[in-house]
Ligand binder design. Structure first.
Ligand SMILES: *Cc1c(COP(=O)(O)O)cnc(C)c1O
Length: 390
């Protein structure tokens, strides 16, 4: 017998997530060192020294179970975002929160909407609970088409909409005005998961405060509205992560902000100890280190200029990105090489980028912004790959 036959058909149909290649893995395969990994949108500066110190301290108590309620971390988040701790759910990475949202609200027969070329986990989380995903074709630069997503949500009796802003892997961005227009037009019995994994990287002039959308309501002062549990968008779930700008990807910690009743549902399906004690301690310290996040963003801005100018010099098109990564195009016709081949040749030169063919972007590769020297190494390896192909 095939054990796979024991699994429900919707589980068998899942195409597993494809992570970026690991440095250690490529080292083993090629027997080389000095590999540059620009494949998973990690922070090339590492993590805040305060977070590292907090982890060392937390290790001493590792025999104890973590605080299943995450009191310290929720308190810190509550102060930062002026929101009650009852509105916060912690996750083992924000990936966990995307899954918890799906598991709490979706089941067989339900439908969720997401955009084509959006972060792969929305489809995975939807499929894992037997719900049906509706992928809405993209607009300009592979970005989300919110009016079309609204149409799809209403027409197909959808229960949940996933939006990534900025989106990974495209780096495309929706303005606050576009998001608000969407939220106001959407029936409030449809939940919206707004994934803001790259929020910290947004430049000042594009920043918006989605958290305020949770608790501004009915013309009342924010404090009163919040105290009475009134929310402008009680159907909004905002997810954030410590994996990207905070540099804690290996620890797995994220959080989501939402109406307390929605939070209550996520907490019911959450593992009691889903965020480990070391991660909780590190996240509190990381949240307090605003300088580190600022340095990270400044370095990312410089690196983005370096990488995109380098791509231009090589005659390559790219999708303007507001994250810490950028997708660039390698068309076989012009360059005598395709994206898949270029990916493999870059590996041989010790540079790991990310293929995005599984995002229906077979002509593109995604590169994360690294340190200046890493970006340089990537650009010269790419020049070599293209040069040899001509
Ligand atoms: C990286 C990423 C995440 C989540 O990462 P975690 O490490 O699970 O917090 C979520 N959404 C998007 C769009 C991402 O790119």
């Amino acid at each position: 017998m095939n054990y796979s036959d024991l699994a429900p058909p919707y589980i068998r149909a899942i195409a597993p997530y494809q992570p970026g290649k690991l440095i250690a893995e490529l080292e083993r395969e090629l027997g080389i060192s000095g590999i540059v990994k620009l494949a998973s949108n990690e922070n090339p500066l590492g993590a805040s020294p305060h977070a590292i110190a907090a982890m060392h301290k937390a290790i001493n108590d590792i025999a104890r179970y973590p605080d299943g309620n995450g009191f310290e971390l929720k308190s810190a988040l509550s102060q930062r975002y002026k929101i009650d701790t009852a509105n916060i759910v912690l996750g083992n990475g924000s990936n966990d929160l995307l899954e918890l949202s799906a598991r709490a609200f979706l089941s067989v027969g339900d439908k969720a909407v997401y955009a084509a070329h959006a972060f792969a986990v929305y489809a995975l989380a939807t499929q894992a609970v037997g719900a049906t995903g509706i992928s809405v074709p993209a607009t300009k630069d592979f970005g989300h088409d919110l009016p079309a997503m609204l149409q799809a949500a209403v027409q197909h009796q959808v229960k949940m909409v996933f939006i990534a802003n900025p989106n990974n892997p495209t780096g495309t961005f929706l303005s606050a005005a576009e998001l608000l227009e969407f939220m106001r037009a959407l029936p409030s019995n449809i939940l919206v998961v707004l994934d803001e994994a790259y929020n910290e990287y947004l430049p000042e002039n594009l920043r918006y405060d989605a958290v305020s959308w949770l608790h501004k309501g009915n013309g009342e002062a924010v404090g009163n509205a919040a105290a009475r549990g009134l929310h402008e968008f009680p159907n909004l779930i905002i997810s954030r992560t410590f994996s990207k700008a905070y540099g804690l990807a290996g620890l797995r910690v994220g959080y989501a902000l939402m109406h307390s009743e929605v939070a209550d549902m996520l907490n019911r399906v959450r593992q009691p100890f889903n965020v480990n004690s070391v991660a909780q301690a590190a996240a509190v310290a990381a949240l307090g280190d605003l300088d580190f996040v600022r340095q990270t963003c400044e370095m990312n801005q410089r690196g983005m200029v370096q990488v995109t100018q380098g791509l231009k010099k090589l005659g390559l098109q790219f999708i303007p990105s507001l994250g810490n990564f950028v997708c660039f195009k390698i068309t076989h016709a012009e360059k005598k090489i395709n994206a898949g081949k270029a990916y493999r040749q870059l590996l041989e030169l010790g540079v790991i980028v990310r293929p995005v063919a599984n995002y229906d972007m077979p002509d593109y590769l995604r590169v994360s912004i690294g340190l200046e020297s890493e970006n340089e190494k990537f650009l010269s390896a790419l020049a070599q790959v293209l040069g040899e192909a001509v």
